[in-house]
Ligand binder design. Sequence first.
Ligand code: NAD
Length: 270
Amino acid sequence: MKIDGKAVVITGAGSGIGAALARRMAKMGAQVCVGDLNADAAKSVAAEIGGHGFACDVRDEAQVQNLIAQATKALGSIDIYVSNAGIGRGEPSHAASADNDVWMLNWQVHVMAHVYASRALLPMMIERGSGHLVNVASAAGLLNQIGDAAYSATKHAAVSFAESLAITHGADGIGVSVVCPQYVATPLLGLSDADASDRASLLTADDVAAAVTNGVEADQFLILSHPVVKDYTQQRAQDHERWITGMQMLRAKAQEHFGDAAATTLYKLV
Ligand SMILES: NC(=O)c1ccc[n+]([C@@H]2O[C@H](COP(=O)([O-])OP(=O)(O)OC[C@H]3O[C@@H](n4cnc5c(N)ncnc54)[C@H](O)[C@@H]3O)[C@@H](O)[C@H]2O)c1
């Protein structure tokens, strides 16, 4: 779907990838509504791009419906909805050690938020025979995030839900994209653009935003901002045993170098 002239909603756009995408889409001629748990951040990004900013906690279906209602009132029918909000909490020790609240938080933000948005938008999009849903998952949804089982499991679910959307609604004229970046220098990892300058494995939020707009305009389902992720997924599919061994070795190397295997440092080893 061409972005110029389109009405766009982006969640979690008060920061990082969502904010970069809001700026880029606005520059490309879209009218953008910014939603975020952090209302001030949403309004500040919106003010910068001449858009609209709204507080929205995507864990709450009523708030997602309200965001869509407010955006529709401001812009008219929504053409492109980007479910981007995300969190990364890591795990205290073993793979099941994050408490139930953290597992549920991951489930609500990474999966149910996508379901709530699709549930609200699909009837209207099906009626119009047009619309594009963009779900920001992660390379962890195709591979795995060492040190965060809840993140990995829910991002896999996000990829699967996006596949269901694409399979079910392609014939309705609805485009679906799932975005699976590897490491990106954003507050989620405690990083900024300066950290990304000398590492191919760590992109900036602007790099990912460019990959997303290219992918949406090309009606691409799987948007891989880091091309190496395609190689890793193929290696995993070809020989799962070998892939697990490789990941175990990577985890051991991270622990040896950094004393843990957190996402905030792992990018230095890939
Ligand atoms: N940074 C990375 O390395 C990386 C890699 C792969 C995928 N991703 C995914 O990209 C997306 C954006 O992450 P980012 O790196 O830009 O992080 P970020 O922390 O910079 O931005 C995330 C935004 O989501 C908002 N948010 C969190 N919980 C929310 C909620 N319940 N309701 C509404 N908004 C909420 C935050 O306030 C924040 O503004 C996430 O889905 C993340 O999982 C990030």
